[in-house]
Design a binder for this molecule. Structure first.
Ligand code: BG6
Length: 533
């Protein structure tokens, strides 16, 4: 892949936006009055994401006219104390807005202490919900949000069912359950968890959340591919040379994350879920309709085309990394093994590069390169589709060496930036003005921020609203989870047999281990330098 030459001055295309009809909030708001129960109510996710998402949904008019939000967790708290702590969290997360204690979202909060493993507390929860619902005129539709450590998922599901808190699919009022990741730690545990879920809920009542699917730019992948007729015909092995998916972070182990992460690593934390979801969206066939079953059927089909790798293939097609100690801006930065909660001899990967092949008609022979890691040079998530070079290099310059640079073969590249600087760019080769034919690579850039001025909803807003409306399109189905674990578990098994990697092997805030380059051998692909992405 060639590195684009920056063009001075104003670059890119001007965006003209055609206003389409706006169906308004009414068409899409949640209408059924509901009680939302959050397990892990005083946790980080509830404070940083769920409450702010509910607040924005309320302000946008997307919540039903009547609702209540009941927090459930171990800490003993009164309703008032819970309201206070959530109000403080809201002030921190939604700066610049004055949110008073009598705001309806704060007044809709209740708190019920309890233990996930104590069936009595579920009886108490049931009585409490019935009381609140009576007071607020709520019919008993319930959305349970399991924002807890995964070992509690089975217990909570079983206890909810035992306390009669889960309604049948056929009942007049509904019960839905949102489960946070990680959904299992390998194929066997994911299957076991799916079996527990299936024993208590109908598949249509379960919403396995992957917050990447709620991101505006991730949803735009399908719109871009299937809402335009000029790109889709090119998205196949005839025209695409390779696809590169990067999710890089500058963050290391913040707070108490080390203990969780050391048992997970990049492959479980990012690849099995977020990155394979991005892969599905860029590689799947067009669904017959934009609805849950059709979309998820196509995702499963493409995941099935990811044939699990043999041990030899895993050795050849994966590169693991772990960051060592370093320094940034005069400050010493801890290596991964020095982070709190991490085993000082840990061989958990904080970086993974992977070359995958997709065994289907559309993508046969096109390598997919995935890369993700912590403590990398820059926070960037993007998908890069690099097209094949023209079959004949007509524009080869055969003159003196100084001009050789303009003669290098070029390929068109589409970059979909998911975050930050959300947008899409397309590189094309153009004749540079002058007497000779010199090709220059130029980029056409579209930035969300420039083209659209409305606020993009946060991923959790969109996903909570969809769950309240009963739309599971952006949630993962049981077979989807199992096929992605099937692929990932083969890698985990092979790693367990292979000699341990020599860690640490990359410097913090770099592009990761150089060894990742070996995956590209024999292709025209180059990892996009993170700082230039
Ligand atoms: C989470 C992972 O699911 O996603 C984290 O557990 C990661 O390790 C986070 O940092 C990245 O999400 P985002 O939205 O910041 O890209």
């Amino acid at each position: 892949m060639s590195t684009p030459v920056p063009v001075r001055g104003k670059t890119g295309v001007s965006i003209k936006r055609t206003e389409g009809p706006d169906p308004g909030v009414e068409a899409i708001r949640a209408k059924d009055p509901v009680t939302i129960v959050i397990f892990g109510a005083s946790g980080d996710l509830a404070k940083r994401k769920l409450l702010p998402a509910l607040y924005h949904l309320h302000c946008g008019g997307y919540l039903p006219e009547r609702y209540a939000v009941v927090g459930f967790s171990r800490t003993r708290l009164s309703d008032d104390a819970y309201r206070d702590s959530m109000l403080t969290a809201l002030h921190a997360q939604v700066p610049g807005e004055t949110i008073a204690a009598d705001h309806p979202i704060v007044q809709a909060l209740y708190y019920q202490p309890g233990d996930a493993d104590d069936p009595q507390t579920f009886q108490a929860l049931r009585s409490r919900l019935e009381k609140i619902e009576q007071e607020r005129g709520l019919p008993g539709n319930r959305l349970f949000y399991l924002s807890v450590a995964p070992e509690f998922f089975p217990l909570i599901l079983e206890n909810l069912a035992a306390a009669g808190l889960i309604r049948q699919k056929s009942d007049a009022v509904w019960s839905r359950v949102i489960i946070e990741k990680p959904f299992g730690t390998d194929l066997a545990s994911a299957r076991a968890l799916n079996a527990i879920v299936a024993a208590t809920l109908d598949e249509s009542q379960i919403y396995r959340i992957d917050h990447y699917l709620g991101k505006e730019t991730v949803q735009n992948i399908l719109s871009f591919r299937f809402g335009n007729s000029i790109f889709e015909p090119l998205f196949n092995q005839k025209y695409v040379d390779n696809v590169q998916i990067t999710v890089a972070e500058e963050l290391g182990m913040e707070g108490r994350r080390g203990a969780y992460y050391d048992g997970a690593g990049t492959i479980r934390d990012m690849v099995q879920n977020h990155i394979l979801q991005l892969f599905c969206l860029i590689a799947m066939e067009p669904p017959s309709a934009l609805e849950a079953q059709a979309i998820r059927d196509e995702k499963v089909k493409v995941l099935r085309a990811l044939v699990p790798m043999t041990r030899k293939e895993v050795a050849a097609n994966t590169v693991r990394g772990q960051y060592g100690m370093g320094e940034k801006g005069g400050q010493v930065v801890k290596g991964y093994r020095q982070e709190d909660g991490v085993d000082p001899q840990s061989i958990t990967e904080t970086f993974l590069a992977l070359r995958m092949k997709v065994d289907n008609w559309r993508w046969a022979g096109v390598p997919f390169f995935l890369r993700s890691g912590k403590r990398l040079a820059k926070r960037v998530s993007e998908i890069v589709v690099e097209f094949k070079q023209p079959p004949l290099h007509l524009f080869r310059y055969l003159g003196d060496k100084d001009d050789a640079i303009v003669a290098r073969p070029m390929s068109n590249v589409i970059v979909m930036r998911i975050q930050p600087d959300e947008g899409i760019s397309l590189s094309i080769a153009c004749k540079q003005p002058g007497m000779r034919i010199h090709l220059q690579e130029v980029e056409m850039d579209f930035f969300y921020g420039e083209a659209f001025h409305e606020r993009s909803p946060e991923a959790y807003e969109r996903l909570l609203l969809d769950a309240l409306r009963g739309d599971a399109s952006l949630f993962t189905r049981s077979d989807e989870v199992e096929y992605s674990w099937r692929f990932v578990t083969a890698i985990l098994d092979a790693w367990a047999d292979l000699p341990p990697p020599g860690f640490p092997n990359y410097y913090p805030f770099s592009d990761g281990p150089d060894e990742a380059n070996r995956l590209l051998a024999g292709t025209q692909a180059r990892w996009r330098p993170l700082r230039e992405s």
